[in-house]
Design a protein around this ligand. Structure first.
Ligand SMILES: Cc1cc2nc3c(=O)[nH]c(=O)nc-3n(C[C@H](O)[C@H](O)[C@H](O)COP(=O)(O)OP(=O)(O)OC[C@H]3O[C@@H](n4cnc5c(N)ncnc54)[C@H](O)[C@@H]3O)c2cc1C
Length: 478
């Protein structure tokens, strides 16, 4: 049996503590605020050659920066926006994310700002079930909802406090001196980056020994190095808006498994309502590319239909909306590759790490950031580019099998008839839905062989036995 995704949270402790972080830290003597750190000018950054430069200060980039800086490496994060910044998201942290935040010493800060919740209320085909997060040992049995405005600021500040240098309002425009693709890698190597200071319009060149690309779902920098999405594999698209609600502090997040378009037909996707505890709720719809109607679906209309369909007690209406809904892509299932060059690693959404089962990407951003930090530290310590090949293998070991199963699952579930059958049957059993929640959230228990583990193993064996792609095609045709 494979280790499923369970390895990921534990992988990064290997070679990250070889140096006392105080010996290399470029931060102020007293713990700096983000603004103090972020004011390091891009011009200063350009005069220095870093151990590692990270493109993007979202979950994956900031986690990578934190783990590297904590170990004493000289790290620069280039973030094109000025923090705190909005990021279109459901704002939901699962126990998997909470585990990573706790490991970065941030759980108290998240608890002080966010809203703690205990589980998922699943709605579908007229049924409603309250499913508490399981006790798994490795992960807590609760999550938080917290806006990305607050969350990403906290995590980036934490990286800066650990010694990373953070330049905000610094947009990476291009990769300079693209090197050849070295055997064992699929991406070009990177000589330097051209970076624009958005406030002054000035551009500079920034150099490093290693580069980490964490620039999110659109990943212009990843693509310029040669990364591309496998378009045969599922992808997602989601839209969210904020509403004032009397149930803003509900102890459950809510999902809808049978969202419909305006003519009442089921659409392959899901709807959510995540309480933020600050008077607001985050409401959204996610869509999967596995349905032929994908390109034709009017997402704004779908969102309106969902808002009208959701339980009225949430108080969702045009009058309670606090602004227009915004959308974004969900690159999932490790559909983006290659992920390494001889001195480059691509992580998070830029590597397509969103979980196809549930659209969760924050935890996988933290985890891949941490794994990349360990690999780059190994490379810097002398292992060179082979350590990055190991990163790729580690990523595959952590998520490869699980995401292959997930890709098949979303293809199968995209057939409205199959969806109605499976969800309709599942929703009649609390126990079964609890096991499905564990499977879909990648919260397996190493010490336990429940239905989630057994069901996963059966699906995994099926997708492994059949030749590449055949399982997806056969199941899709069934
Ligand atoms: C509508 C929606 C709802 C979602 N809901 C959830 C949810 O509830 N829970 C969950 O776990 N996941 C959710 N996700 C997925 C989650 O948002 C992502 O998986 C996560 O943000 C990935 O983190 P990242 O660091 O890889 O990328 P990002 O968070 O996108 O961060 C990338 C950063 O790079 C910066 N950047 C980009 N280009 C450049 C450049 N050229 N130079 C410098 N900086 C650059 C960006 O400004 C950004 O700050 C949702 C996604 C969407 C679209």
């Amino acid at each position: 049996m494979t280790e499923r995704g369970l390895r990921a949270p534990f992988v990064a402790s290997r070679h990250l503590s070889h140096v006392d972080s105080s010996t290399r830290s470029r931060r102020c003597a007293s713990p700096p605020t983000l603004n103090a750190v972020a004011q390091l000018s891009l011009l200063d950054a350009a005069t220095h050659s870093y151990d590692v430069v990270i493109v993007g200060g979202g979950p994956s980039g900031s986690s990578c920066a934190y783990w590297l800086a904590k170990a004493g490496w000289d790290v620069l994060v280039l973030e094109k926006k000025v923090l705190p910044r909005e990021k279109t998201c459901g704002d939901g942290l699962t126990p998997r994310s909470v585990r990573q935040l706790a490991d970065m010493g941030l759980e108290d800060a998240v608890a002080a700002t966010g809203h703690k919740y205990v589980g998922l209320r699943a709605n579908g085909f007229g049924q409603k079930l309250e499913l508490e997060w399981p006790a798994t040992g490795a992960f807590p049995s609760y999550g938080y909802c917290i806006t990305r405005l607050d969350l990403d600021d906290l995590v980036a500040t934490n990286a800066a406090n650990a010694g990373a240098t953070l330049c905000t309002g610094a947009e990476v425009l291009s990769v300079d001196d693209l090197g050849p693709v070295v055997p064992g890698h699929g991406l070009s190597s990177c000589g330097a980056l051209t970076v624009k200071d958005k406030a002054s319009g000035q551009t500079v060149q920034v150099k490093a020994r290693y580069f980490v690309v964490a620039d999110g779902a659109n990943s212009r920098i990843g693509r310029s190095l040669g990364a591309a999405r496998n378009r045969q594999w599922p992808s997602g698209l989601a839209l969210r808006g904020y509403f004032n609600s009397p149930r803003h502090d509900d102890p459950f997040i809510e999902s809808y498994l049978d969202i419909r378009d305006h003519d009442g037909s089921i659409v392959p996707g899901y709807g959510w309502i995540f309480p933020l505890g600050d008077g607001r709720i985050n409401v959204g719809v996610g869509l999967l590319s596995t349905d032929k109607r994908w390109k034709g679906v009017n997402t704004t209309k779908l969102m309106e239909t969902f808002c009208a369909y959701a339980d009225p007690s949430w108080g969702i209406s045009p009058e309670t909306a606090t602004g227009p809904a915004t959308g974004g892509k969900l690159p999932m299932g490790l559909a983006i590759g290659p992920r390494t060059g001889s001195n480059v690693v691509v992580i998070g959404d830029a590597a397509g790490t969103v979980n196809p089962f549930n659209g969760e990407g924050i935890s996988y951003g933290y985890e891949t950031g941490r794994m990349a930090a360990a690999a780059v530290a190994d490379a810097l310590l002398g292992a060179g580019s082979s350590a990055l090949v190991d990163f790729d293998k580690e990523l595959d070991a952590a998520y490869g099998d699980y995401y292959r199963v997930a890709r098949v699952f979303v293809r199968v579930i995209s057939d409205p008839k199959v969806m109605a059958l499976c969800v309709g049957a599942g929703m009649r059993s609390q126990w079964l839905m609890e096991e499905i929640l564990r499977l879909m959230s990648n919260l397996f228990r190493p010490d336990h062989r429940g239905a989630a583990e057994l069901g996963y193993d059966a699906l995994e064996a099926l997708t492994r036995t059949l030749p590449q792609g055949l399982a997806e095609r056969l199941l899709a045709a069934s």
